[in-house]
Write a protein that binds this ligand. Structure first.
Ligand code: PMP
Length: 361
């Protein structure tokens, strides 16, 4: 087996070691029952307990109020780009989107045939280097909802604060920053997140939805795309992703033991500061995101001379700093520092960056 690497991949991302060790232990013999964790049946007693505990732990971690339901669904984050307008927008109603980069763009594109999509604010003119100032958003008070991407995983732009959208429900794609800091869930109508960054294996999505939004769909929505149906069936309308939900629950337990989301926030601030400090003092690396909108989760940067990029990535890999290559849409380097990345991992990367600049800068 290779030495444990610091995995800076954007997702599927690094998982906490104690969770991986637990999976390894139960892989062949789940809870001493004589069957593999992969065979965990969704109608079994252990699973009923696992689902209930995962929900309760997520509720506790994010202080989710009783007004909101928690769902564990298949298919990652992408189905929600369409499910949100299908379930929340009525005929002719507008849906406001805040355009902050690649993922909010995808969300808008999927919603366009299903709702009257309005761009209420966009950072396109400044090449997505910030979250547009909420004071200048052109919101429609009649809109079905306002959609934001809380953290643009590719661009490295994160909302430092969440806007107050009054009586219009705020909908957030939190795929890449859920559980990274405390959150006032009562300010959101709906939150969705793919699990493969801060929670667990890819293919699972977490949805937190306010009860009064469940019956707004303008027409019959297919069951698998209906939030109301999934709530009615407690995330078991069809066979749930039992193994992945178990793993997500192990991560919630781990985060609770590690001090909850307030501790994650402190760690994430410390880790990202280490990297941003190197970038700010550098003549070799550049990151063009405005300071107030910098992501603590994903830090994309470029080397002044692109020919040095391969050398940088190769050297990193040799040190066990892996998956630093930027997204294919933008190139460059991207360091993802989700909850499971230890402070030592961020320090190792910062030290390597400094050393590399001394040598080649
Ligand atoms: N939204 C954001 C912010 C993402 O980062 C991603 C995946 N990287 C997605 C949506 C899509 O997630 P999935 O591949 O699980 O559908």
């Amino acid at each position: 087996m290779g030495e444990r690497a610091y995995n800076f991949g954007a997702g599927p991302a690094m998982m906490p070691d104690p969770v991986i060790e637990r999976i390894a232990r139960e892989w062949q013999d789940f809870d001493g029952g004589g069957y593999s964790a992969l065979e965990l049946g969704h109608r079994s007693e252990p699973f009923a307990d696992i689902l209930a505990r995962a929900k309760a732990d997520l509720r506790e971690l994010l202080a989710i109020p009783d007004s909101h339901h928690v769902l564990f669904l298949h298919g990652g984050a992408t189905p929600h780009f369409a499910m949100v307008p299908l379930n929340l927008a009525r005929e002719g109603q507008s849906a406001d989107y805040i355009h902050t980069g690649y993922w909010s763009d995808k969300a808008m594109a999927e919603a366009a045939p299903l709702a009257n999509v309005r761009i209420a604010a966009s950072a396109a003119a400044s090449e997505f280097d910030r979250v547009p100032d909420a004071a200048n958003w052109q919101l429609d008070p009649q809109a079905a909802y306002v959609h934001i991407c809380a953290n643009e995983t590719i661009g490295g732009v994160e909302f430092a604060d969440y806007p107050d959208t009054g009586s219009v429900p705020l909908v957030a794609d939190m795929s890449s920053n859920i559980l990274s800091r405390p959150l006032d869930v009562s300010r959101f109508g709906l939150i969705y997140a793919g699990a493969q960054k801060n929670i667990g294996p890819a293919g699972l999505a977490i949805v937190i939805v306010r009860d009064d939004l469940l019956h707004r769909a303008r027409a019959a929505v297919p069951s698998m795309m209906s939030y109301a149906r999934h709530v009615e069936w407690d995330s078991m309308y069809n066979t749930p992703a039992a193994f992945m939900i178990w793993v997500a629950g192990l991560v919630f337990e781990h985060v609770k033991k590690a001090g909850g989301v307030a501790a994650m926030q402190r760690e994430n601030a410390a880790k990202s500061t280490l990297i941003y400090n190197v970038l700010d003092g550098s003549k070799l690396y550049t990151n063009r995101i405005q300071k107030g909108s910098r992501s603590r989760m994903n830090i994309p940067f470029f080397l002044r001379e692109p020919r040095l990029e391969t050398r940088f990535l190769d050297g990193a890999r040799r040190r066990g700093l892996i998956n630093l290559k930027g997204h294919r849409a933008v190139g460059g380097v991207r360091a993802s520092l989700y909850n499971a990345m230890p402070l030592d991992g961020a320090r190792a990367l910062a030290d390597y960056m400094t050393e590399f600049e001394r040598r080649y800068g």
